[in-house]
Design a protein around this ligand. Structure first.
Ligand code: IPM
Ligand code: MN
Length: 353
């Protein structure tokens, strides 16, 4: 197959981890006879420096033309400490989500047996956890009207959802649940928010179409507790943009290995695959960052964008092998030998070859 991939490395450790994922992607291409065409494009702080725009039109065009986008990370401390900055790298990410129509962000919480001792939770709470959070990504408070009054002593961010926006994400979540353990938890704050009541109304309609799926409704505050108290209880969870932002960060740390967590953002145009960790500027350029979250995101790309399951499974298998054999970076090396970012990438690619 011909696989056209747009590569947006971004900022911080983005370029280093992407480089390793590309070694793996190229090795898979060679082994399975795929023609891999990579087109690099700018995003984030590096794009602001070069063009003044964190998601330039040229980058958007390249993403639209591609079969999938592999994304590193964006963000730079010089913007975090400057509340008056007019353009921010994060705006590039939000613009990309909106313009590519990436309405569904899929974040699995994966537990790796060899890393269980790294979890902040006791082993018995987490060892059988295996759930996926589906976060709505192009609506809600992130994209509603925001502003200040004339005297600038009052501010607002409006949270809005339309029925079709809720409908498409809830349907996607039901379809996802059908392929798994057939349990869906719909997370909202329907005791307070009108948008949540709309979510519930729409979900209750769709629920009837999926009698095989056990549906549960949970308020977001209770869901936050449940993720800590009984993570095994979840299979698929679906929620609006900001609740999903917060809950997926919470969920990402319970496995003890945030550097390994991948994600997929699916939508109307080209889908985007990225690790959930950020740009980690303190580690940039040091060849110490964990590339496995990006490598597993590439596995999700083969699965979701190209529907190539053997290729996806082979990538997941070699990641498991690197964990089992201790070919890992310092964050998970645990006193054993720590390999550099590029050594891990080389090892993974060599295993595939
Ligand atoms: C994420 C990030 C982004 C978000 C930021 C960087 C805008 O936290 O992908 O979860 O809030 O969506
Ligand atoms: Mn976040």
């Amino acid at each position: 197959m011909k696989l056209n991939i747009a590569v947006l490395s971004g900022d911080g450790i983005g370029p280093e981890v992407i480089e390793q994922a590309l070694k793996v992607v190229n090795a898979i291409g060679k082994k399975y006879n795929h023609e891999i065409n990579l087109t690099h494009a700018l995003t984030g702080a590096v794009a602001i420096d070069a063009t003044g725009n964190p998601y330039p039109d040229e980058t958007h065009e390249i993403c639209m033309q591609a079969d999938a986008v592999l994304f590193g990370a964006i963000g730079h401390p010089r913007f975090d400490n400057d509340p008056s900055a007019k353009v921010r790298p994060e705006q590039g990410l939000l613009a990309m989500r909106k313009k590519l129509g990436l309405y569904a962000n899929i974040r699995p919480t994966l537990v790796f047996p060899s890393l269980l001792h790294k979890s902040p939770l006791r082993r018995e709470l987490i060892e059988n956890a295996d759930f996926v959070c589906i976060r709505e990504l192009t609506g809600g408070i992130y994209f509603g009207d925001k502003g200040r009054n004339e005297t600038r002593d009052k501010a607002w961010d409006v949270c809005e959802y339309t029925k079709p926006e809720v409908d498409r994400i809830v349907r996607l979540a039901y379809e996802y649940a059908m392929k798994r353990r057939k349990k869906l938890c719909i997370v909202d704050k329907a005791n307070v928010l009108e948008t949540s009541r709309l979510w519930r109304e729409v979900a209750q309609g769709i629920e009837k179409e999926y009698p095989e799926v056990a549906t549960e409704y949970l308020f977001v505050d209770a869901a936050a507790m449940r993720i800590i108290q009984w993570p095994e209880g979840f299979d698929v969870m679906v929620t609006e943009n900001m609740f999903g932002d917060i809950l997926t960060d919470e969920a990402s740390v319970i496995s003890g290995s945030m550097g390994l967590m991948p994600s997929a953002s699916i939508g109307l145009h080209t889908s985007v695959f990225e690790p959930i960790h950020g740009s980690y500027p303190q580690a940039a350029g040091k060849n110490i960052a964990n590339p496995l979250g990006t490598v597993l995101s590439a596995a999700m790309m083969f699965e979701y964008a190209f529907k190539l399951m053997d290729e996806a499974n082979e990538i997941k298998d070699i990641v498991n092998k690197s964990l089992a054999e201790g070919v890992v970076t310092v964050d998970i090396a645990d006193g054993g030998k720590a390999f550099s970012t590029s050594e891990v990438g080389d090892w993974l690619a060599a295993q595939i070859a």
